[in-house]
Ligand binder design. Structure first.
Ligand SMILES: NC(=O)c1ccc[n+]([C@@H]2O[C@H](COP(=O)([O-])OP(=O)(O)OC[C@H]3O[C@@H](n4cnc5c(N)ncnc54)[C@H](OP(=O)(O)O)[C@@H]3O)[C@@H](O)[C@H]2O)c1
Length: 291
């Protein structure tokens, strides 16, 4: 069964499951992992200028042999070097990624741009020029949206954020704003509750859902797959990564599993709300405002 796609507010759609080239692959040669992920069935690749490996992501894409037209490629704007424009940086990214356009170009973090409004204007121009099909943001809080939305001709299609049950409650103001403007949240760090905080309050709910889904599907179902189904139930694309072939299959086979029930979703929401663990901001001074 094919991985589903989610509609964006600009008329395009985004594949629900993405393979990321940050975190585990940050600053590393990602060629083999990207080729393997695409060959296994991933069609959405998440890159960033800040990951310092866009060349190898491009090599991995080319070596997969899958036509560009069948892939969805995201990259993200880093800090713009003095004397350069946002367009200069995207053109460099396109050269490294060996493509004429990206599907989605995001502002990686608002605090790296002194004049956020004019940075957004530059992204709007890049969309008009066809260098990117969609534009969006990452790690934005409502106060950052308020800056760019006033006078915007394009509303961001996406806000890529850390999203899992242990930030479910804290993220509600962002999610409410997204709903108002038909902005899609996409999730990184979605497996945090099992990779970094195992044994927490959501584990009984994950186990109950995994057992019910295994009985319903006749397949074994992991806690990680339940977390990814929790994202899918909320129409939130999942950006993940792995170094292991068997985990690629585990992620891709979520497409064959039934949805969580409303009750299972609510149980994870409620038990997740009893704890707060945000991971990706601690290590980085540029995102420490998110805690
Ligand atoms: N916009 C931003 O600021 C931002 C920030 C962070 C990340 N991202 C993007 O999101 C992507 C994914 O980020 P993420 O690493 O946080 O994704 P994630 O889906 O939360 O975690 C994936 C990691 O979990 C491990 N894992 C999976 N199942 C496991 C299990 N059952 N037990 C133990 N370990 C398990 C995998 O390791 P194995 O190799 O062992 O499978 C992999 O390293 C990044 O590559 C990047 O593209 C964006």
């Amino acid at each position: 069964m094919a991985t589903p796609s989610i509609q964006l507010n600009d008329g395009t759609s985004i594949p629900w499951l993405a393979f990321g080239s940050g975190t585990a692959l940050y600053s590393k040669d990602a060629t083999k992992q990207i080729t393997d992920a695409i060959k296994a069935g991933f069609r959405h690749i998440d890159a960033a200028q800040a990951y310092s490996n866009e060349e190898t992501v491009g090599d991995g894409i080319v070596q997969s042999g899958v036509p560009r037209s069948e892939l969805y490629i995201t990259t993200k704007l880093g800090k713009v070097p003095d004397g350069k424009t946002v367009k200069d940086t995207l053109q460099e990214s396109l050269k490294k990624l060996q493509t004429d356009y990206v599907d989605l170009f995001l502002i990686h973090t608002p605090v790296q741009h002194a004049d956020l409004k004019s940075t957004w204007k530059e992204l709007e121009e890049l969309k008009a020029e066809g260098l990117t099909r969609s534009i969006g943001v990452s790690n934005f809080l409502p106060k950052h949206f308020n800056i760019i939305l006033e006078g915007a001709t394009v509303v961001p299609a996406v806000n890529q954020i850390e999203y899992h049950p242990y930030v479910f409650k804290a993220s509600q103001p962002q999610i409410d704003l997204h709903k108002q403007h038909k902005i899609v949240a996409t999730s990184y760090g979605g497996l945090t509750p099992i990779t970094r905080f195992p044994g927490g309050p959501i584990d009984p709910a994950l186990d109950r859902a995994a057992k019910r889904l295994a009985e319903a599907s006749g397949k074994s179902v992991t806690q990680g797959q339940v977390l990814q189904l929790w994202l899918r139930k909320k129409d939130i694309p999942c950006i993940t990564v792995t170094s292991k072939a068997e985990r690629l299959r585990e992620y891709l086979s979520v497409a064959e599993l039934p949805d969580l029930t409303e009750e299972e979703e609510r149980e994870i929401d409620e038990s997740g709300s009893t704890a707060h663990h945000r991971v990706f901001v601690r290590a980085s001074p540029v995102t420490s405002y998110l805690i």
